[in-house]
Design a protein around this ligand. Sequence first.
Ligand SMILES: Cc1cc2nc3c(=O)[nH]c(=O)nc-3n(C[C@H](O)[C@H](O)[C@H](O)COP(=O)(O)O)c2cc1C
Ligand SMILES: *[C@@H]1O[C@H](CO)[C@@H](O)[C@H](O)[C@H]1NC(C)=O
Ligand SMILES: *[C@@H]1O[C@H](CO)[C@@H](O)[C@H](O)[C@H]1NC(C)=O
Ligand SMILES: *[C@@H]1O[C@H](CO)[C@@H](O)[C@H](O)[C@H]1NC(C)=O
Ligand SMILES: *[C@@H]1O[C@H](CO)[C@@H](O)[C@H](O)[C@H]1NC(C)=O
Ligand SMILES: *[C@@H]1O[C@H](CO)[C@@H](O)[C@H](O)[C@H]1NC(C)=O
Length: 386
Amino acid sequence: MRASVLAFASVALAARPFINEPDTGIDEQLSAFAANKSLPSLQRLAGLPDFDWAARNYMSRTNYTYYRNGAAGEWSYRNNLEVYQRFRLRPRVMVDITRIESSLPTTLLGYNFSAPFFISPCARAGYAHPDGELGLVKGAAEEDILYMPSLYSNKPMKDIYAARGNNGSQVLFQQVYLDDPSINATAKLFKDIEDVGAKAIILTVDSPGDGVRHRAARDGQGSANTGFSLFTWEYFQQLQNLTSLPIIPKGIQTVEDAREAVNRGVKAIFLSNHGGRQLDTSPSALEVALEIYNEDPEIFKQVEVYADGGVRYGVDALKLLALGVRAVGLGRPFMYANVYGYEGVAKVAQIMKYELTNDAANLGVGDLKTIGPQFVNWKSTNAWFS
Ligand SMILES: Cc1cc2nc3c(=O)[nH]c(=O)nc-3n(C[C@H](O)[C@H](O)[C@H](O)COP(=O)(O)O)c2cc1C
Ligand SMILES: *[C@@H]1O[C@H](CO)[C@@H](O)[C@H](O)[C@H]1NC(C)=O
Ligand SMILES: *[C@@H]1O[C@H](CO)[C@@H](O)[C@H](O)[C@H]1NC(C)=O
Ligand SMILES: *[C@@H]1O[C@H](CO)[C@@H](O)[C@H](O)[C@H]1NC(C)=O
Ligand SMILES: *[C@@H]1O[C@H](CO)[C@@H](O)[C@H](O)[C@H]1NC(C)=O
Ligand SMILES: *[C@@H]1O[C@H](CO)[C@@H](O)[C@H](O)[C@H]1NC(C)=O
């Protein structure tokens, strides 16, 4: 009996092709813009996948491909997008949700932000717009959300920090790779980061090797960081000795490493598979968060947990928050939105706020801080995922 149910499910799944931008009518309405390679007005974009659609039709193929690319067969890229819809919500009714909007603001490492989502660090924002990262920093300021600039930005770090809003008090966390892992080179890099005024260092630990990227390789658009780099927990501790800024490991993908990071005294961990760009068949952040929830749920109380990958809708973010994630990151949606410059970036943040609060209300969540795992049926509807 069970075998036949599984066989049926696998046939049903195999029959459904992967859809990068689920059809909600955008082609019907806006295909003329795609045909003449121009951008529809921002008012006409309704959801985050629309920005992928707009960027795909507007950007040069090589520039778009660098953003869109995943590792190898892109199984992790697709899984990141599809994993959220495998879990059904458990909406409660007759709940007072009238104060949901006031529960949107949060703190990250003690800094105030208007919402529990942020702009993940992404290299080469200049591929979408001549303002590059300045569009991201300004869009983040407009909407009072956190932005984490990438070390491999097109604009120099000092220009990005000089563009901070709020009279220069806008909070940014700086992402780093350690190309030259010598302690002196790193000491210099960390000093520069302190000098520009970053409030934390996001150390990407999921990329000790080059990302195997077939789609981008065809266009000569490899990964921004190549070669083998040294990462050990002992070295991590030496790095933390170099700076008073908290160092947050980005790319934690197992409960073991989450626990190790906590034991090493980190203030936050960042669950991520690099947007499916680094190691194909690595798990989505939702699967990692579930593993931590099942095996060591205290971790969500011991440190701040950030997570990213495939978040495109309010409900995606709610599923991560339900497990105890403090804030979710979005990479590609903001990069694509930057074809419009900072106004596109701000619009994506506005859409996320609208969706998060209204989805929470419809889910029967009166306060985002109290959402818990009981709002999701964690028995997956996908037979391949038990
Ligand atoms: C174009 C692009 C460049 C990226 N560059 C970096 C980077 O420089 N450093 C880093 O830690 N992660 C990088 N990432 C990964 C993102 O920080 C983030 O983990 C990922 O984009 C989240 O998945 P999403 O794009 O589905 O939201 C990059 C992602 C993209 C799409
Ligand atoms: C492209 O098509 C759209 C939709 O028909 C139109 O509004 C716009 O003016 C066109 N742009 C150019 C540059 O031809
Ligand atoms: C952060 O928000 C809290 C609560 O609204 C407020 O008391 C505090 O002054 C804010 N801190 C900063 C630095 O704005
Ligand atoms: C692609 O990116 C490059 C590098 O930033 C930029 O010079 C070029 O204008 C971009 N092309 C398009 C069509 O946006
Ligand atoms: C590293 O820096 C220290 C202290 O500034 C210095 O004594 C040492 O010679 C440097 N090492 C290298 C390999 O440059
Ligand atoms: C870090 O600094 C402390 C205090 O100076 C020292 O005891 C410790 O050995 C250092 N750890 C590493 C890994 O360098």
